[in-house]
Design a protein. Structure first.
Length: 393
């Protein structure tokens, strides 16, 4: 049997060959393999220069200054550094945080840990398309609020939030810092750190054809935001994230970001057409519910719930033909209905019977047609079985 069609790019993307080539030059004896923190010899200086060039490239790709880029092991670490670091610094002014019920676990779990430590957290409920209204955020702000953490692009349904509007709300309440998880943003939609007005932004390389295990936290110089480090050692990354910087990883992240930002306009048009063909094909099978607004979502993500089938059986039935997920990779093993879809008002049955399609650079029209056909076959068989069982009862 041919390899399954890969439609899980929202979870992770394959490393671009051009990115892999750039990384390979930092791994072997004939390349730039030195420790970038070792300034006593030429090998270390060469690695340091490569890291700083990568920092500048990442900054240029996202509208930041190089000294605002703090490299991390990924967006999860960046989220944790932002949330725990900002609240630790701001604790004397208040102990209240605001987030949304549809955030990634890398934000929700730190917020729950803050609650265990005596903090108060307000969890905003989005509208039926996953959008958080700025007015709702403004109404939730309190005198003791010190941090708001709201994502830019939702990882399950692709909804794009108005970060600039959130920033304006926070700006009117002096002392409230805005953290944004933008792991799904780069290469999928326009993003500019300075223009959006956020204080802290988390980034991931492996959502944008870069390597796994590397990301960054953008820390605004403009706003003067201060955070406390969570990791101590050699004082790397302005003392905010100690540990030897993995030269090959940050070089890979920089190369990936540079490529996806340059290619985004044309790729966005192509993926939008493929996504709409996929939706129309799935809708034709009947009982399909689109999760997230048709407009205001990134073209790379389509989330659909299917009425009249059991979720686990649906995923098992399509798995031999297409690689697809039911939601975030970080929660796929729990077996629980998607908390994101539940927050949108979907009942447990619909939330369980949902598939998230992540389109990417390798996705072709043939792949989309194969997915439509595979899901259609699975739906017909499962609904036939379900109808037979109901008749038997």
């Amino acid at each position: 049997m041919n390899s399954p069609v890969y439609l899980d790019h929202a979870a992770t993307t394959p490393v671009d060959p051009r990115v892999a080539a750039a990384m390979a030059g930092c791994l072997t004896a004939d390349g730039v393999f030195g420790n970038p923190a070792s300034s006593a010899h030429a090998h270390g200086e060469a690695a340091f220069e490569r890291v700083e060039a990568a920092r500048a490239a990442v900054a240029a790709a996202v509208g930041a200054e190089p000294d605002e880029v703090v490299f991390t092991s990924g967006a999860t670490e960046a989220d944790n550094l932002a949330i725990f670091g900002a609240t630790a610094h701001s604790q004397p002014r208040g102990r209240h945080v605001i987030t949304a019920r549809t955030e990634h676990k890398a934000v929700l779990d730190p917020c729950r840990e803050l609650e265990r430590r005596g903090w108060q957290v307000t969890y905003l409920t989005p509208d039926g398309h996953g959008r958080v209204e700025p007015d709702r955020l403004a109404a939730a702000l309190r005198a003791d609020t010190v941090l708001v953490s709201l994502m830019h692009v939702n990882n399950e349904i692709g909804t794009v939030q108005d970060v600039a509007a959130f920033a304006a709300v926070c700006e009117r309440h002096r002392g409230v810092r805005l953290h944004v998880d933008a792991a799904q943003s780069i290469g999928k939609t326009e993003f500019d750190f300075h223009a959006c007005g956020a204080d802290l932004v988390s980034l991931s390389a492996h959502k944008s054809y870069g390597p796994k295990g590397v990301g960054a936290l953008l820390v605004s110089r403009r706003s003067g935001v201060r955070i406390e480090p969570r990791q101590f050692g050699g004082g790397q990354e302005r003392g905010l994230r100690s540990g030897t910087v993995a030269t090959h990883q940050v070089v890979g992240m920089a190369a990936a970001f540079t490529l996806v930002v340059a290619e985004r306009p044309a790729e966005g048009v192509r993926l939008a057409a493929l996504r709409e063909r996929l939706w129309l094909g799935l809708e034709a099978h009947g009982g399909a519910v689109r999760n997230g607004a048709p407009e205001g979502t990134v073209p790379a993500i389509l989330n659909v719930s299917f009425d009249g089938v059991e979720g686990e059986s649906l995923l098992a039935a399509v798995a031999p033909r297409i690689s697809v997920s039911t939601g975030s990779a970080c929660t796929s093993a729990s077996g629980d209905p998607s908390y994101v879809l539940r927050a949108l008002g979907r009942d447990d049955r619909l939330a369980e019977a949902s598939l998230r399609f992540g389109l990417g650079r390798s996705t072709s029209l043939d792949d989309v047609e194969a997915a439509i056909e595979a899901v259609g076959r699975a739906l017909a068989r499962l609904r036939r079985i379900g109808g037979a069982c109901a008749t038997a009862r």
